[in-house]
Design a protein around this ligand. Structure first.
Ligand code: CA
Length: 230
């Protein structure tokens, strides 16, 4: 298995110093940069300013638990996350995966196995990252290039409009609730209503290009979905 790329930054979120230290020592041998966060709030701050390539996340943490940290991370980015927790029950495992962690290990753990999984997750991510395209009707979203096109013409979108379009495309033609859009595309402090102008502009950009071939449909009081008209 390929080693972790040495330019990788790994955020270790762990409140027990001995465990954080063990992980840190083994990651240091891989040559990657490491940062340790001791609680959930620290973790989210560090994720913002340090932009890690991989997060190793404990679940029982002071201030904010790992599930809440993972949910927040996921609303902001696709950074790979390995949960490392003493909670071994299946129910915890399931809710971890549902929120989008990439792997899960139960303490006590073998640090070499953690490194192997970190390599696997990073390798998998590098592979799936190349050429990821979301498509619906005439719409193509290139997730790597952060570029959307309609019928082979590139759409000029703001970052927020791009994120909204991505969420809608990821759901295919299914309904996306307003709060899901706010969670995925807007700043933390955004209110539900603040998404409206972004939606309006995005709708205009889509519909003027496709003459109604692809529509951004409002579902009253619920949310939005993309609709492809044949
Ligand atoms: Ca803990």
């Amino acid at each position: 298995m390929d080693p972790l790329p040495t330019h990788h930054r790994v955020l270790i979120v762990e409140d027990e110093p001995q465990i954080a230290e063990i992980i840190d020592v083994f990651l240091a041998r891989e040559g990657v940069s490491r940062l340790i966060a001791r609680d959930g709030e620290d973790a989210l701050n560090a994720a913002s300013y340090w932009q890690p390539d991989l997060v190793i996340l404990d679940l029982k943490l002071p201030k904010r638990d790992g599930y809440s940290v993972l949910a927040e991370l996921r609303s902001r980015s696709d950074v790979p996350v390995i949960i490392l927790s003493a909670l071994g029950e299946d129910v915890d495992k399931l809710s971890g995966f549902r929120l989008g962690c990439d792997d899960y290990m139960v303490k006590p753990f073998n640090p070499l196995e953690l490194i192997a999984r970190a390599r696997a997750v990073s390798g998998r991510r590098l592979r799936t990252d190349s050429g990821r395209i979301l498509a619906i009707g005439p719409l193509r979203i290139d997730l790597d290039a952060h570029q959307a096109s309609l019928a082979d013409e590139i759409l000029s979108l703001t970052p927020t409009e791009f994120r909204i379009l991505r969420v809608l495309a990821e759901r295919g033609g299914k309904l996306v609730t307003r709060s899901q859009i706010v969670d995925a595309a807007m700043d933390e402090e955004a209110f539900d209503k603040s998404v409206n102008p972004h939606i309006s502009r995005l709708r205009q950009k889509i519909e003027e290009r496709t003459q109604g071939g692809l529509r951004l449909v409002s579902v009253r009081a619920e949310g939005y979905r993309l609709e492809v008209l044949q």
